[in-house]
Structure formats: C-alpha cells, structure tokens
Design a protein around this ligand. Structure first.
Ligand SMILES: [Ca+2]
Length: 316
C-alpha cells in the first residue's frame, strides 16, 4: 500500500509524497496553518503527478487533510475527487477543526465512513493518539473495499468472423479501407508481426496501388450510452520507414471536426496503448484515420479498441 498525504491549500501542499509505511504517513502529518482553498488542485496533483509517475500494482491511498468548510469550491472539488476515485485512487478525508463541512468531506471520500475528524492537528502528531489510530484504521478499511472497474460501453478486438469490425464502419468517401488481418503484414519491414490481442487486428496496407496521403477512415459506433466523459482506449502499431499519421478525430454535427489524438512517423516494431479522454454526447462521431506515407513501408495497425465510461483509468 502506498499512502500520500496532501492538504488542500492554494499550493496543494504534499506533506508526505509517497510512503509504503502507514505509520510513517500518519506520523508525517504536521500542524499546518495554510489557508485552504483548492482541494481539486491537490487531488489532481496527487493522482496525476505523484502516483502516475510511479507505476504500482499496490493500493494507493491519499489522505486529504482539510480544515476548510465553506471556502472549498464544491463544483470543482467533487468531479476531481470522483475522477481520482474512478482512476483507482482511494481517498480518506481528515477534517481538522470546527469549520469542516462533513457532507462535502464524505462526498470527496465517497463515504462518510471514510472521514475522520480531529479538533486540532496536535491530536494527530501525538504518539498513539486515538485520532491517528482512527485514521490508520480508515486507510486500511479503504483498501478492503473493491474498486469498481471501469464500465466498458463497447469494445472490439477483430476476433469475430461474423462481425469483425464490431459495428464500426469504413468510410466510403476515402481512398481505401482498413484490412482485417492475422500474422505479419505482406511487406517487410513494416507493420505488425502479430495481433496485440488474440489472432486478428486491422491495418492499412501501404503497398501499391496506394498513393502518398491516401486515407483510410473508420467510424467508431455511435452509442446511446455515450455521454459525458468517456475514455477511448486502443492499441496501435506504427512501424516502417514511411509511416505517416494515425489520428483520432471527434466530430459533432454542429462543429468542425477536431483531432483529439495523433501520432506520426515510425514508432518502432511494437504495439502501444493510447488512452484518450473525451467529453461526448450520443451525437458524437469518432473516427480513426490513418494516412499512407511516401512509399510502401507505411503499414499502420490497430487492435483492442474500447470505449469506457468515465475518465481514463490511470496506467497500471
Ligand atoms: Ca485482436
């Protein structure tokens, strides 16, 4: 288990950046008189900066220390806390002093059973203090509650012979189509040698008759369940001297299309995972677009594409 302790303040102070020791994290809580304003920034900092730079399979708990009540910006705080919890972080709130807003503290932690109250910081730093003990118990408790996995709204690994594209459609107004394939692509040295997941993947065949900048566009399915924040997760392979560009494009009926993710040029002979977080509605059209480079060695592969509800899980 890794425990970080943060306070909310204009500087999002981190009292204990990372610790594998529960007692160390708890004992590192020290009196702090900073004015408290910005819990959302503190949570974001904790999960994007501290933990994401430290890949870990262990439970990750952030103790959010607050003395604040009405000064906290609830509209920013709660979405940030929810995103952090969805990404796998567990939050425990330590409310210090008489001003703490208990309802909000419980909403940040996700449960009022994950909030600990203290009259003052000095109650924490005393050895064997009841408050420090209660906090340690909450930290253990949160690691026992299962984290709900992200909900998959749709996914495709191109393995089904009856519906290999899983509801995706090839654009009929572009220059060529994506090819469902298994094993190494016909030209060497370009393209994947095998699928990322299972036996099948799709790729663009860059050999003749393809011309430079020819595009192959693939529409992801429109889903009624798609609204708010979603995570597009896919695996891509871009190996070859003349690799051009792979893009994820978001199109709304009323707006011009925007490129929300893009890679260009040779990335080496391996699969990479991309995760793209987007705000969408059921009108949103998403396209994966690959373009061919100057010569034949420009095969681009895709596999294991999925649409997840909510923010992207943090990398594990
Ligand atoms: Ca596959």
């Amino acid at each position: 288990m890794q425990v970080a302790v943060i306070t909310y303040s204009s500087k999002a102070l981190i009292k204990s950046p990372l610790s594998d020791s529960l007692s160390e994290a708890v004992s590192s809580l020290t009196p702090d008189s900073t004015t408290n304003r910005n819990v959302s920034g503190a949570i974001r900092l904790a999960y994007s900066t501290i933990f994401d730079s430290t890949p870990s399979s262990s439970d990750r708990v952030v103790v959010v220390v607050t003395t604040a009540g009405a000064t906290v910006d609830t509209e920013k705080t709660l979405p940030e806390a929810l995103a952090a919890r969805r990404s796998g972080l567990r939050l425990v709130v330590l409310g210090v002093g008489p001003l703490v807003n208990g309802t909000e503290a419980a909403a940040i932690a996700g449960s009022d059973s994950l909030v600990v109250y203290a009259d003052s910081f000095s109650q924490l730093v005393l050895r064997d203090s009841p408050v420090a003990g209660a906090l340690a118990a909450k930290i253990c408790q949160t690691s026992q509650s299962p984290i709900s996995p992200p909900v998959t709204l749709w996914s495709c690994s191109f393995e089904s012979s009856s519906a290999p594209l899983c509801g995706m459609t090839q654009d009929t107004t572009d220059q060529f189509d994506w090819t469902v394939f298994t094993g190494p692509t016909p030209s060497d040295p370009t393209g994947p040698d095998s699928a990322f997941d299972g036996q099948y993947y799709i790729y663009i065949e860059a050999s003749s008759p393809r011309q430079p900048d020819d595009e192959a566009r693939l529409f992801l399915p429109r889903l009624n369940t798609m609204s708010g924040t979603v995570c597009i997760d896919f695996h891509y392979h871009m190996f070859g001297f003349h690799i051009n560009t792979l893009k994820l494009i978001q199109r709304q009926s009323s707006t011009t299309p925007s490129t929300v993710w893009m890679r260009s040029r040779d990335q080496g002979n391996r699969w990479y995972e991309a995760r793209v977080e987007l705000d969408v509605t059921s009108d949103t059209q998403l396209l994966l677009v690959a373009s061919r480079g100057q010569e034949y060695s420009g095969d681009i592969g895709l596999d294991a594409i999925s649409i997840l509800a909510g923010p992207c899980p943090s990398a594990s």
